[in-house]
Design a protein around this ligand. Structure first.
Ligand code: ADP
Ligand code: MG
Length: 403
């Protein structure tokens, strides 16, 4: 079966269309630091609004505990969306309560309303399918059609992604279509050399992708928090750096498998070790066999790849024809530990071929470090979703769209 696209919904004029977006933008003191995900949702919203649909936007933001939490309100995202669309965007202060229902019923053709964070409702992420369906049904009763465009959540079996898509005539939006086209290019016939760069902090989440990539790629570069589990797996002391002790054997297995297949897994040769996890922490550059020999001893923690590693990674990357990057090389939020991430981003901009950045924090990192979207082949809005896609997993939020 093929993915159902917007065209499959027919004429949407006057129809109430729920659009599940991913407006999970990074916020600092209530201010959006990267509006990339809002921008990425505009093509679908504009397409529907231009046809005179009544658009109801549904999204999550962060991980509230199934109850309202003003820290995770979508109000700033609705305001930014209004600026970007150049038109009024209504905002309901709940998802399925009085405010939402009144707002939806007051919508006119070509108008748009954002509902409050769907994760303020425990049923959204409930493990109980009946509970999720009951919740989704409340929204389904207020709408005619459903469009799934939150690529970042299609790997989740959640009410607004999975159940709702089955309660209304549903289709994928333009963002999901674009994302899948690019990811298909990474899995079907990637041009070689093909290099994958991994980093970030969700170590065990990301290790799984390595086994699936090994048969397909030429080189895997390891940075970010996960590098320390690899170093420890090879017997190096890593101080107080991020470490997943239960993954040491898995890492050893990947290294052996890679060697057997002739795939390079390249680990750092130097790292930046800090006294503590802070923007102004004192820090030194050290080779990987000296992490505990610095002035910070065993309490030192590795927060970035070192300059020699950054240069070596950059050369590998810019000489590749296909590059997929997920996960910052270091704690880029602190300028002192952003050098590795910047070097990798810079190298990606020099790729003569397809360069793809995936992951919420990686995408935010390149924008915060001053790069623009058009310097890359594609910036994916989905971190976990794109990794699971590359792992060859079935994504529930896509399966319900006929994919
Ligand atoms: P993405 O959202 O791109 O998939 P992750 O969520 O896995 O990436 O990881 C992003 C986070 O990883 C960033 O907040 C960054 O500070 C953190 N990080 C990177 N390197 C390290 C490190 N060495 N130690 C601790 N955290 C790190
Ligand atoms: Mg992240």
């Amino acid at each position: 079966m093929a993915l159902r696209t917007l065209a499959s919904l027919g004429n949407v004029s006057g129809k109430r269309v729920i659009v599940r977006c991913d407006l999970n933008v990074p916020l600092k003191d209530g201010v959006i630091t990267d509006d990339g995900r809002i921008r990425a949702s505009l093509p679908t919203l504009n397409a529907l609004l231009d046809q005179g649909a009544r658009v109801i936007v549904l999204s999550h933001l962060g991980r509230p505990d199934g109850a309202p939490d003003s820290k995770y309100s979508l109000a700033p995202a609705a305001t930014r969306m209004s600026e970007l669309l150049g038109k009024a965007v209504g905002f309901a202060t709940d998802t399925v309560g009085a405010s939402a229902l009144a707002g939806i019923r007051a919508l006119d053709d070509g108008q748009i309303l954002v509902l409050e964070n769907v994760r303020f409702n425990a049923a959204e992420t409930s493990k109980d399918a009946n509970e999720r369906e009951k919740f989704a049904q409340v929204l389904a009763d207020e709408a005619d059609l459903y469009v799934s465009d939150g690529f970042g959540v299609v790997h989740r079996k959640q009410a607004s992604v999975y159940e709702l898509a089955q309660l209304l005539p549903s289709a994928a939006g333009l963002l999901i279509e674009t994302e899948l086209q690019v990811l298909d290019r990474l899995t079907e016939t990637p041009e070689r050399p093909y290099t994958v760069v991994l980093g970030g902090s969700k170590v065990s989440d990301k290790l799984g992708v390595i086994s699936h990539l090994l048969p397909r790629v030429d080189t895997i570069l390891i940075g970010g928090g996960m590098l320390f589990t690899f170093l420890a797996a090879q017997g190096f002391k890593v101080g107080s750096s991020l470490l997943e002790v239960d993954q040491l054997d898995t890492c050893r297995g990947y290294l052996a498998d890679a060697q057997a297949r002739g795939v390079e897994i390249i680990l750092p040769t130097d790292v930046v070790v800090a006294e503590k996890f802070a923007a102004d922490a004192s820090h030194v550059i050290t080779s990987i066999d000296g992490i505990e020999d610095t002035a910070f001893g065993s309490s030192g923690l590795g927060l970035d790849i070192g300059p020699a590693t950054a240069a070596a990674f950059a050369t590998k990357i810019s000489n590749s024809k296909t590059v997929f990057w997920n996960g910052p090389a270091g704690v880029f939020e602190f300028p002192a530990f952003a050098h590795g991430t910047r070097a990798i981003a810079e190298a990606l901009t020099r790729v003569d071929g397809l360069s793809v950045v995936g992951g919420g924090d990686s995408a935010a990192a390149v924008r915060i470090l001053g790069f623009s979207d058009d310097q890359f082949g594609h910036i994916s809005t989905g971190g976990g979703a794109s990794l699971e896609f590359l792992e060859g997993k079935k994504l529930p939020g896509l399966e319900v769209l006929g994919w």
